[in-house]
Ligand binder design. Structure first.
Ligand SMILES: Cc1ncc(COP(=O)(O)O)c(C=O)c1O
Length: 442
């Protein structure tokens, strides 16, 4: 029997994918993917027509929502005209995207190297930092994720790094400001004092850059205490160290500003982006740099290249996506809906004993679940799961709510085009689901 694309069932899709393709960051026998056939706005559907609310914008990337005709049209038109030109060529979409990004990125960042995603942006950011400073060390935090390639995984502090060790040389850790739900946050003074001590011990003159997610994504939606980002900027300036902001997840409106550093008016030396840049309609990443760094490469050789650098299809998708953010006021919308979501998260906290903490900024949110309000013991251990977290995941799936569950947390990161009614619809499912985890509370 031959199976055509049109008749293939959800079950067959899952079977074939599991047999012939590898799923990321998993023991393959344990994966249980949702078959997905189409998507529109904040929703996606299985081939059999079951509808899901996409409460994680897939992988925190489909910021404008699914199936936006304006972006689809731009991709189609570019595909018909010029789907590819090699990176030594200059194209109109590359030209216009560079100029547009210079307009929306912080301060005097106005030159960009285009990549295929976040990891490659970070790889190029650290190479640029090393070439520019002539130094080799890079500082990064434990509670971080910077991508799945060799250098980016070495920068990554979370357990995904373990499989890539020993990794690249020259990476050291700077202190985190959050230590898990039981120990909580440090003050700006505490964490910056420790950071400065580490810089002294490493030898500031050997350090090319510090890379941080200004608001940490998968490792907990961690919003730094006020003054931290400004303090880090000042420390870097004092020692001639470049500051790299990894805005791959927090950028493009997610937190209610174009970039999360904008909340503190801090201008990083290098900024990496991907995900929301095209809302993932076509893969594209970029590393942006301040004028002094771009000028350095006017005279010095730039070591970096990718066959798909400045891919016209992706540049067209990015230009159309940025136009959607602007036309539909999605950055301001994220701020407005973010206030509604903050209220809904606070309601959850007041109603459910299993909610230990909620954090959010704009439409970047997380719920941390606990076994006890007194001890704040997490409902699943670090890098692990529990029967209660699994039951909650099953309930969300059964009720058609897709989101990301990780350890003792789940995320609330809907597309920025979500309406208040849709937000409330999703939170009604969450509210009911938390009755499961409440039963585990002592
Ligand atoms: C903060 C951050 N940096 C980098 C990456 C890596 O991006 P990509 O998967 O596009 O390589 C991610 C992906 O989740 C991320 O969240």
């Amino acid at each position: 029997m031959t199976t055509t694309i049109e008749t293939i069932s959800g079950e067959e899709i899952v079977d074939l994918c599991r047999r012939h393709t590898l799923f990321e960051w998993s023991v393959q026998a344990a994966v249980d993917p949702i078959p997905v056939a189409r998507a529109k706005g904040i929703y996606f559907w299985t081939p059999e027509g079951k509808r899901f609310i996409d409460f994680n914008s897939q992988l925190m990337c489909v910021n404008i929502g699914h199936g936006d005709e304006r972006v689809v049209r731009a991709i189609n038109e570019q595909a018909a005209k010029l789907p590819y030109a090699n990176p030594f060529m200059a194209t109109d979409v590359r030209a216009r995207l560079g100029a547009k990004l210079a307009e929306i990125t912080p301060g005097d960042i106005d030159a960009f190297f285009f990549t295929n995603g976040g990891a490659e942006s970070n790889e190029n950011a650290i190479r640029i930092a090393r070439l520019f400073t002539g130094r080799h060390k890079i500082g990064a935090r434990y509670r971080s994720y910077h991508g799945g390639t060799a250098g980016a995984l070495t920068l990554t502090g979370d357990p995904r790094r373990w499989g890539a060790e020993p990794g690249i040389p020259g990476v050291f850790r700077i202190p985190d400001f959050y230590h898990g739900i039981q120990r909580g946050f440090e003050t700006t003074d505490e964490v910056l004092t420790k950071t400065e001590e580490i810089l002294q011990l490493e030898g500031p003159q050997t350090i090319a850059a510090i890379i941080v997610e200004p608001i940490v994504g998968t490792n907990g939606i961690l919003i730094p205490p006020d003054g931290y980002m400004q303090g880090l900027r000042e420390l870097c300036d004092r020692h001639g160290i470049l500051l790299i902001a990894d805005e791959v997840m927090a950028g493009f409106g997610r937190t209610g500003e174009w970039f999360s550093v904008d909340h503190w008016k801090v201008v990083p030396d290098l900024i990496s982006m991907a995900k929301g840049l095209t809302s993932a309609y076509v893969q594209l990443g970029a590393v942006g740099m301040r004028r002094k760094i771009a000028d350095h490469f006017q005279k010095n050789f730039f070591y970096g290249g990718l066959t798909y650098n400045s891919h016209p299809l992706a540049c067209a998708a990015a230009l159309a996506t940025i136009a959607v953010y602007e036309e539909d006021n999605l950055i301001e919308g994220a701020r407005r809906m973010g206030t509604v979501m903050r209220g809904l998260l606070e309601e959850l906290k007041s109603r459910h004993p299993s909610v230990g903490a909620t954090r959010s900024l704009g439409l970047f949110g997380i719920v941390e679940l606990v076994r006890s309000q007194k001890t704040l013991e997490p409902l699943a251990p670090f890098n692990g799961t529990s029967s209660e977290m699994q039951s909650l995941g099953k309930y969300f799936r059964q009720e058609g709510l897709y989101t990301f569950l990780r350890w003792n947390t789940f995320f609330t990161n809907p597309p920025l085009c979500i309406t208040e009614a849709e937000l409330r619809e999703a939170f009604a499912i969450i509210d009911k689901g938390l009755e499961i985890t409440d039963r585990a509370v002592e």
